[in-house]
Write a protein that binds this ligand. Structure first.
Ligand code: SAH
Length: 458
């Protein structure tokens, strides 16, 4: 079939970019053949070099932007191209929001064959920088000097970093200060190659509303030389520090945390809030990384759930119970289901911390636990909220939702393709998608989050 591909590898061509792919890459057609061009934007005339050819589409490298899009921006981060953590800094923020809406709308139309469903303009941040409340930075040794930053893409080479534009400023301060102090005390970083040395990762966590900060040192061994001096120095220099944690990870592994966690000084946890709900966050707890947008998303969940206080709600894929606790204030009863047992422990602690008694948390796979709740306990929720990982909902769960006949379903999704597939399944069985609201949880990156409101048509 090669003869149908109109370009050759390494050929240089001009291309008009007509769209934007899932990872933010530009897409253009050359004599009907689709080429993906990282770094190019929709509406641009570009010159590219063809790098890879597949049967139905290929890839090309951007050589020159001949006619820039009005959404082209100068990436403000000096290490944007090396790091790979952000993918959309070369797009204005307005362009990013439009792009994310388009990805959702396209998936609904193409995959879900859903017509006439309103997809609202993406809810973005006023200040789409400095939003992340957690940073996990690998530490290494380059040319006789400690470095802490990020892995160069597709390698294990650590590139030193002074700051990250999407991290909370305290995180940068925590990482830089810790790096300096470790260096001054001669505490060696871990060396992956020889499995020698001590400090593997510096993890910083910040309570957005409370300003409480935590530093976690992930070490290969328990013993830390100059431990008291280290603690004293960290306390002196890190702003708003309430907790110094050591996590011990002796294994040869890419996984950041080991099994054992020790509090070296201060509290075991920091606290933060989403709306009026307080959360206690330990070194390893999952917590939404963008607290400002989390509130926006959960307010939408509350709006779409349309609670008046009499409802039984299921929150499937509940994590540490954030949505469950948020909704519990306005429902009769909420049942959260989550597969990670530690997350459910956190959820229970957080319920107690807030004096919330109308929630119940169950450990297990949603597609197993929820059918059991229906069949064995005859549970008939009024509202089902789902927030699944990228692969979306298992058919067993979709089927149970249909069997339980809740009046409303609220679907929080981080993957428009599986969302569209699942909305189609539900649409065919009586659930009409009324509206979809993209919410930008991760500005400057390609992640697309949205929340959908479904009602049972009678
Ligand atoms: N709703 C939460 C977290 C959603 S992230 C919040 O807003 O914070 C998705 C969650 O689904 C993760 O916590 C993951 O551990 C969990 N998960 C993944 N597969 C699952 C399954 N089959 N059943 C239940 N939970 C699952």
């Amino acid at each position: 079939m090669t003869e149908t591909i109109p370009v050759r590898k390494n050929q240089m061509i001009e291309l008009y970019i007509t769209g934007q792919g899932h990872e933010g890459e530009g897409v253009g057609k050359y004599e009907g053949y689709a080429l993906f061009v990282p770094g190019a934007l929709s509406g641009e005339q570009v010159r590219v070099r063809v790098t890879k050819l597949n049967k139905n589409y290929g890839f090309a490298q951007l050589l020159e932007v001949m006619q820039p899009s009005r959404h082209r921006a100068q990436p403000p981060c000096p290490i944007y191209h090396q790091c790979g953590g952000c993918q959309l800094q070369h797009m204005t923020y307005e362009g990013q929001l439009q792009h994310k809406r388009q990805i959702v709308a396209d998936a609904l139309a193409r995959i879900g064959k859903l017509e006439g469903v309103p997809v609202h303009p993406t809810l973005g941040m006023d200040e789409p920088w400095k939003y992340r409340n957690k940073s996990q930075v690998p530490v290494g040794w380059v040319d006789g000097r400690m470095v802490a930053g990020f892995y160069a893409p597709r390698t294990h080479e650590i590139i030193d970093m002074q700051g990250c534009l999407i991290q909370h400023p305290y995180s940068d301060e925590i990482v830089n200060t810790t790096k300096r102090i470790l260096n001054e005390l001669g505490i060696r970083p871990y060396d992956e190659k020889g499995h020698r040395g001590l400090v593997r990762h510096i993890v910083a966590r910040v309570g957005y509303h409370t300003k409480e900060t935590m530093v976690v040192l992930v070490t290969k061994e328990r013993e830390i030389p100059h431990k008291h001096k280290l603690i004293e120095q960290l306390r002196e220099w890190i702003p708003h520090l309430v907790s110094i944690i050591q996590n011990i990870n002796p294994s040869i592994t890419n996984v950041i945390f080991g099994q054992e966690t020790v509090t070296l000084w201060g509290k075991d946890t920091i606290e933060d809030r989403i709306g009026d709900i307080r959360f206690s966050i330990s070194a390893r707890s999952f917590f939404q990384v963008n607290p400002v947008q989390t509130k926006v998303l959960y307010d939408k969940a509350l709006e779409y759930a349309r609670l008046n206080g009499d409802e039984t709600v299921i929150d499937a894929y509940c994590g540490i119970g954030t949505i469950s606790l948020f909704l519990s204030q306005q429902a009769k009863r909420v049942i959260g289901v989550e597969v990670v047992a530690d997350a459910i422990e956190d959820a229970k602690i957080n319920a107690e911390l807030n004096g919330i008694e109308n929630v119940e948390f169950l450990v297990g796979q949603a597609e197993q636990v929820i059918p059991e709740l229906f069949e064995a306990r005859g549970l008939r929720p009024d509202v089902v909220v789902v927030d699944p990982p990228r692969k979306g909902l298992e058919e067993a769960l979709l089927q149970t939702i249909v069997d339980m006949q809740p009046e409303r379903v609220v679907y929080v999704s981080c993957n428009p393709s599986t969302l569209a597939r699942d909305l189609r399944y539900l649409e065919d069985r009586g659930y009409k998608t009324q509206e979809v609201q993209p919410v930008d949880m991760f500005p400057q990156t390609f992640h697309v989050e949205s929340i959908s409101s479904l009602i049972l048509e009678k």
